[in-house]
Design a binder for this molecule. Structure first.
Ligand SMILES: C=C(O[C@H]1C=CC=C(C(=O)O)[C@@H]1O)C(=O)O
Length: 474
């Protein structure tokens, strides 16, 4: 990727912009290949979610990820470059796609700002093969958006990406870029279309498989654990909702981010009218300046009504043999999978409690340094799916998930996130999530099953995990 220093591109100077775009066109002509021009500019205070809401188009792909407690949010919409892949090589295919794009990219502007330069947004479904002909999301989708707006700890940046062809009309493109940056530089939230109509009400609700299906599925899994088919399996439950009017996924997301500031609030829209949203506490991985951060998150208990009850639940979780085993399987598996790509990590100390408004979990953060040749996608390919959402051994558990669950997981328990040209990036595990399709929504939540799990308790755990989405959708 070619980087052009900011002093060659004075802020919002039309002539400098035109000469930058002419340079891109020259390169497109020389290489006989379109070039991606990426122009990043710092902006004043922006809320990427409100921006996405105000310019949302159901026919465009979009991506959103925010962890409001860390003051980080990034939105991107309207794919100008996009690819889908399936199969065991899907992470490597996404890497190759991004490398090819970056070879033909020229970036300019405030490239020292966080989240500047072109970003790739990617979603990987739980399974690496499509689960049906009518799947709403491919096993891997990656795209570069036309525009991208982000914030990190008080800094804001808007990026416009455009394709420059050998014959592109530079004057027109230049006007469009200036108009877009002027808009983001002084974003007018008054443009926000508020329907004023009351929020949707759920008029039908049904568990896929019927009432009692989940408890029966847990029972079945326990029999297989008994005869050592696997040691752990994570089973999901899906709940179908129908509302009296279309759901409003981005409004739901705004409620989720307020209620779950330590979680990742996310939205991935496929451009055909469906979107996948949720608030997940689970990080698959983050890479920042060559350091890898991942975690084991497994083992759950309710929150208490008051501090004493809450502490009692927490203490019980920290000493529950069943939950500690369920958790340790995830820790061991992450360490061994990182070892397969020559990443040595110190085993984490005893798990800590991660408290969310609705549940508390056992949590073990894990981190290590990456070497030059290890990138976020290669590590993600190894880690996904961890036994926090799949099971152990991986294959036996995954095969039984496919047999037992009577619905497709799609992006549920998949990996969604972004990565940039520095090699930084972040991917969340898309649990506690919902597929939204007009007046219909399918909500997902799961629970890890090991020897000693009890079907009614696991069902109650999924109830707790589903509640916030149910409440925020209406
Ligand atoms: C699979 C889910 O949660 C996982 C993450 C944290 C705790 C879990 C548990 O205690 O079962 C699950 O492994 C889900 O919420 O859909």
């Amino acid at each position: 990727m070619e980087l052009i220093s900011p002093d060659r591109f004075p802020q919002r100077d039309p002539q400098a912009l035109a000469s930058f775009l002419l340079h891109c066109r020259e390169r497109a002509r020389q290489r006989k290949h379109p070039q991606l021009a990426s122009i990043s500019l710092r902006a004043k205070h922006l809320d990427p979610l409100a921006v996405l809401q105000s310019i949302y188009e159901p026919t465009e792909l979009h991506f959103y990820l925010e962890r409001s407690q860390s003051e980080e949010a990034i939105a991107g919409a309207e794919a100008i470059l996009e690819a889908t892949f399936s199969g065991a090589q899907r992470f490597a295919n996404v890497r190759a796609f991004a490398d090819h794009v970056l070879e033909n990219t020229i970036a300019v502007g405030d490239l020292d700002a966080p989240f500047s330069g072109p970003h790739f947004f990617a979603g990987f479904t739980f399974c690496d093969e499509a689960e049906g002909d009518d799947a709403y999301f491919a096993p891997a989708t990656v795209f570069v958006p036309r525009w991208q707006v982000a914030r990190r700890q008080g800094e804001y940046v808007a990026t416009a990406n455009l394709i420059i062809e050998p014959e592109s009309d530079i004057a027109t493109l230049s006007r469009k870029v200036l108009a877009a940056h002027a808009k983001f530089g002084r974003f007018d939230y008054d443009d926000l279309q508020s329907t004023g109509a009351p929020p949707p009400s759920v008029v039908e609700r049904e568990d896929v498989g019927g009432d009692g299906w989940f408890a029966a599925a847990v029972d079945h899994a326990l029999q297989n654990i008994d005869i050592d088919v696997y040691h752990k399996i994570v089973l999901a439950r899906a709940v179908e909702l129908k509302a009296d009017q279309p759901f409003r996924p981005l409004e739901t997301l705004a409620r989720l981010r307020d209620r779950f500031p330590s979680c990742y609030s996310f939205s991935f829209a496929n451009g055909d009218g469906q979107s996948f949203i949720g608030a997940t506490p689970e990080r698959l991985l983050r890479v920042e300046s060559g350091r890898l951060f991942t975690e084991a998150l497994a083992g759950s208990a309710p929150r208490g009504e008051n501090a004493r009850e809450d502490a009692r639940h927490g203490a019980a979780l920290l000493s529950s043999d069943k939950d500690l085993r369920e958790h340790q399987l995830v820790v061991d598996s992450i360490i061994s999978r990182l070892g397969e790509v020559d990443l040595v990590v110190k085993p984490p100390a005893a798990p800590r409690l991660l408290k969310l408004p609705n549940v508390q979990h056992l949590w073990s953060p894990i981190s290590t340094e990456l070497t030059q040749d290890q990138d976020i996608l290669a590590v993600a390919a190894r880690l996904h799916p961890t036994p926090a959402v799949g099971g152990q051994p991986r294959k036996a558990a995954r095969d039984d998930i496919a047999r037992i669950e009577n619905f497709d997981r799609g992006l549920y328990a998949g990996a969604i996130g972004w990565f940039d040209y520095h090699g930084d990036g972040e991917m969340a595990v898309a649990i506690r999530s919902a597929l939204i399709d007009g007046q219909r929504a399918r909500l997902y939540a799961g629970a890890g099953i090991v020897a000693g799990s009890q079907p009614d308790r696991e069902t109650a755990e999924t109830d707790l995990k589903l509640r916030p989405l149910l409440d925020s959708l209406q």
